[in-house]
Every structure is written in C-alpha cells, then in structure tokens.
Design a protein around this ligand. Structure first.
Ligand code: ADP
Ligand code: ZN
Length: 519
C-alpha cells in the first residue's frame, strides 16, 4: 500500500502555524527544531510549560517516517495522543492497555504515522525491535530523559535499554527532553543516550512571576489558612502522604473555600472528577500528593504550597513550576521542619550504596535552599547551571532580608550536651539540661552534675530550637531510631571550633504582618 501523501511545508514557521496555529516559536524551541531537522542529536532541558512536546511533534510532521516517542507513563501518553490528534497529527500509542495494537503496527509499517508513543520497557522486547526495522523511523524522542540517569531524581532502569535499541539505527537522530536536570545529570544523560556534548540546549529556567517563600512549619494549619485567605485564585497544596492529604483537605475545607483531595489511593473516577473540577475552577484548592500535576494544563494556578519539604530541588522546581504558567503573579510557599530532613537522612540507609552519595548531595542542596539567608531564586538558578543576579526582588529573603546570628557558641553547647548525655535524648530533655531545669529525670541520671548543666543563658535559650533545626537540616544532628538526637555530619568540626553555624532569624510575625503584598 502506498503511504498517504503528507503535506509539504515551506519552512518550520509555516508548519508551526498550519499544524499548531501558533504565530511564533517560544524560547529555544526554534533552535531545538532546527537541530532535529538537521538530523543532529540533541538534549533539550526546558522548564515545565516551555513547550517541549512541540519540539518533536513539529519535526515529526515535517520529516519522512515515524517519530518514536518514549514516555514513562501511559496516562501521559494518552494525554499527548489526544492533544496531537486534535491538531491533526497522525499519532498512536503502543501500550499494554491499547486494544488496537494490530492496527497501529499496520499503520507504522505503511508509513501512516507521524508519532508512535511507546513505554521504555518495549525497547527490550525483541519483537518490538524487529517491528522498528519494518517501518521508517524519522526520530527517536525520549521524554523525561532524566529517568536514564542514576543522578536524576527519578531513575528508571528500563531507560538504560534505549541506547542499544537506538544504536541499531545509527542514522536516526535522537532528541532527549527533560524539565529537571542539574549539571551532573545532564552530562550523564548525554553519555547514557549517546548524544554529543554540543547537542545540549538549555533554556532559561527563571520563572520571574513566581514569588518564592520558605518558612519553618510551626503551625501548618494556621499558616496554610492564611495563605488561602490571601490568595483567592486556584491553588495546589502538596502534602507527603495520602493520610495527610485527606486530613488537610478536611481541615481546610471548613474555611468556606472548595478544597478537594487528590492522591493515588482515591478511586480513579473520584480522581478524574476532582481533577476536572480543579481545571475548570477559578478558586478551588487541591490538596494533593505529588501524583497530582503531571500533564495538567491549568495556566492560572495562583499558588503552590508544600506542606512539607519536597524530595529534591528538582522536584521543588517542577512542582512550584505549576504556578503562574499564564505569566501573572503567583506564589510558591514551602513549610519545612527539621523532621523532614531527619526522615530524608534516615531513608539514606535504605538507598542502594552506589546511589547514596547522590541522594545525600540532593538533601544537602535542599537544606541550603531552606537555610539560605540570601536570594532563593539565585540559588535555584545556580543549581540549574545559570549565572543569575545576586538578588531577584521577588522572594521572601529579597523582600525582607532575614537577620543572621552567629550561633556557633550555642551550637557547641548544644552538641556538647547531646554528646555528654550519651546521644540518647530528644531536644526537650537536652534543653532542660542546658538551661539547668532540675527535673526529676535530670536529677535521677545525675545530669545536673555535668559541666553543660545550665550553661545556656536565658538570652541564648530561644536559639536552641532554631539551631537544632538548622543543624538537622545540614546533617550535623541526626535523629536516632528511638527519637533521640545524635551527632553526625560536620558536628565534630563545629565542636572543635573549625566550622561555624550561622543562624537565619526568621522575621517574627507570620504572613500578614510582613510587608504588604508578601505571601
Ligand atoms: P512542557 O511539556 O514543556 O511542560 P507543553 O509541551 O505541555 O510543555 O506545552 C505547554 C503549553 O504551551 C501547551 O499548552 C502548548 O500548547 C503551549 N505552547 C507550546 N509551544 C507554544 C508556542 N510556540 N506558542 C504558543 N503556545 C505554545
Ligand atoms: Zn530573591
């Protein structure tokens, strides 16, 4: 059978207009499309919402043959399929849940497909590799390409099978796409997918309309309620577990706003209903686990809040990136506690040994972000390899510079007391020893006889909690299985006077009393 003739476009601008109806490319799109059309393999790092799909879909309609798109999630593939088909692009998915596989294979062999979406595990299947030789491939597009790297935050072993599959077609160019990859991960992706170094294209990561704010979590319900009160538009609150999602959604919905939960444990129908209600709404709040957000096209989200620390800076950037895609002002607020870091560091023990160093680096980077007294945006952008101005004027630290106190002396007293009491007790007990409270438990254990008993002055006492939090974030203090605190990280250097502890003093009054307009 003769393949259907495909329209011939004079140039990319004409195709862009004819297929997508867009008047112009955005950011680095044109650069990426040009490389692909010149059959040059490319890794494009573009933030969420920058328009990654277009960079392979457009070449796919212009080039002879089929673009094979590797995508990690079936739901995501089906979203993409719907959108592509709506634009008149000849596309299909080949997944375990599709019932029209025979037809799709036939269309591929006949050259009747511009796009063929597949999951990475297909790459290892012999009959799939054979199928690829029966048609004509124009391009390999690898979505969420950070999944190929153990340095990335979402490693998927199946992605390692793509290289051998693509190597069987040395003339077919490769386009790897990701929103989230630090420098290390990028280099690894290039190597793992066989893309030359000069094929790296990174688009600007700045989202200037998003205001970042990061605060200690002292009364989450009150803090979140204040956020809702100040921002009447649609918003997302991320919580770490299903139970917390349910609880928070329940508590917050008493405030008069429509607040719905979303997590993987809900019935598929409930989830779909909540999601479409959110997309259509102008004031709804979705309390969700990170299962929510991928593939959702809602440009007017006015705030994204994290009720606890996200997994990494990459995850934070991706999740907060769902705010303000329409370019209007939006806020990203994170509430964190020492516990978040204690738990993350505890989980390190379960990580495979060769991945542990990478994980630890990720936690340290996140600790820097929450602890910094300097511009949050500058830190974020530097993390993604950019060289931004030192201040942005649109993050909490730029709007109201936090005070910095030298906490080294008190930190040494704190660490010393923890050490001398045997690294067994929680902060409450240590505080009693340090401030000299002749508590029954303290006396029984003879801890009133220690040199650290009562050495913290009333002036210093308020620093103990923030210091413990900062030390836990940086890893100098770790929680033991029994809920006690123990020394870790660079605690010994601090004790010996070789390392300092700067303490960020969070402006005293929450939220509304900050400068007007601040979240
Ligand atoms: P990403 O995958 O990078 O998060 P998408 O490919 O989903 O982003 O695109 C985000 C949105 O931007 C979509 O609604 C898409 O239609 C739109 N878009 C992409 N490119 C352009 C463009 N050149 N002009 C206008 N809108 C665009
Ligand atoms: Zn700033």
């Amino acid at each position: 059978r003769e393949p259907k003739p495909r329209p011939i476009y004079a140039d990319t601008a004409e195709a862009l207009h004819a297929v997508f109806g867009f008047p112009a490319f955005r950011g680095v799109q044109a650069q990426v499309v040009d490389r692909v059309l010149a059959a040059q393999s490319t890794l494009a790092v573009m933030p969420t919402g920058a328009g990654k799909s277009l960079t392979y879909q457009l070449p796919a309609v212009m080039m002879e043959g089929t673009c094979v798109v590797v995508s990690p999630l079936i739901a995501l593939m089906h979203d993409q399929l719907r959108a592509a088909t709506a634009n008149g692009i000849r596309a299909a998915t080949l997944t375990s849940v599709d019932t029209n596989r025979e037809e799709t294979i036939e269309r591929f062999r006949n050259g009747d497909l511009d796009l063929l979406y597949v999951a990475p595990e297909r790459a290892s299947q012999q009959h799939f590799r054979e199928l690829l030789t029966r048609g004509r491939i124009s391009l390999f597009a690898i979505d969420e390409a950070h999944c190929v790297s153990e340095w990335g935050h979402d490693f998927r072993p199946d992605y390692r099978l793509l290289r051998p599959m693509m190597d069987a077609f040395p003339d077919v160019p490769r386009l790897a796409l990701t929103a989230t990859a630090d420098r290390h991960t990028r280099a690894d992706i290039l190597e793992q997918l066989g893309i030359p170094t000069e094929g790296l294209i990174v688009s600007g990561f700045d989202r200037p309309n998003i205001r970042y704010a990061i605060r200690p979590r002292d009364n989450p319900l009150r803090q979140l309620q204040a956020l809702l009160d100040e921002h009447p538009g649609p918003g997302i609150i991320y919580a770490p577990t299903r139970a917390q999602v349910e609880k928070l959604a329940g508590q917050l919905s008493t405030g008069g706003r429509q607040v719905l939960p979303y997590h993987a444990g809900l019935d598929a129908q409930v989830r779909a209903a909540n999601q479409s209600a959110f997309v259509a709404s102008e004031d709804m709040v979705m309390v969700a686990t990170v299962a929510f957000g991928m593939g959702i096209d809602k440009p007017d989200v006015r705030f994204v809040a994290h009720a606890a620390c996200p997994k990494s800076i990459e995850a934070y950037y991706q999740e907060t990136g769902r705010a303000g895609r329409d370019g209007d002002p939006a806020v990203a607020v994170m509430l964190w506690a020492a516990d978040d870091f204690a738990r993350a560091r505890q989980r390190l023990a379960e990580v495979e040994e060769h991945r542990r160093a990478g994980e630890r680096t990720r936690i340290d980077a996140l600790a820097m972000l929450v602890e910094t007294p300097h511009c949050r945006r500058a830190l974020l952008l530097r993390h993604f390899g950019e060289d931004p101005p030192a201040t942005c004027g649109n993050c909490d630290n730029c709007i109201e510079a936090p005070g910095i106190t030298d906490g080294t002396t008190v930190a040494r007293k704190l660490l010393s007391a923890i050490y001398r009491t045997g690294q067994l007790f929680g902060l409450g007990y240590i505080e009693k020893v340090l401030t000299g409270v002749p508590d029954e438990r303290v006396l029984q254990r003879g801890h009133d006889q220690l040199s650290v008993y009562g050495i913290v002055t009333p002036d210093e006492a308020p620093l103990l909690r923030p210091l413990a939090r900062a030390l836990q974030a940086r890893g100098a203090l770790v929680s033991t299985e029994h809920g006690g605190l123990a020394l870790g990280g660079d605690s010994r250097a601090i004790l010996k006077g070789e390392a300092e502890v700067q303490l960020v003093v969070v402006p005293k009054k929450e939220g509304r009393s900050r400068r007007k307009g601040a979240p």
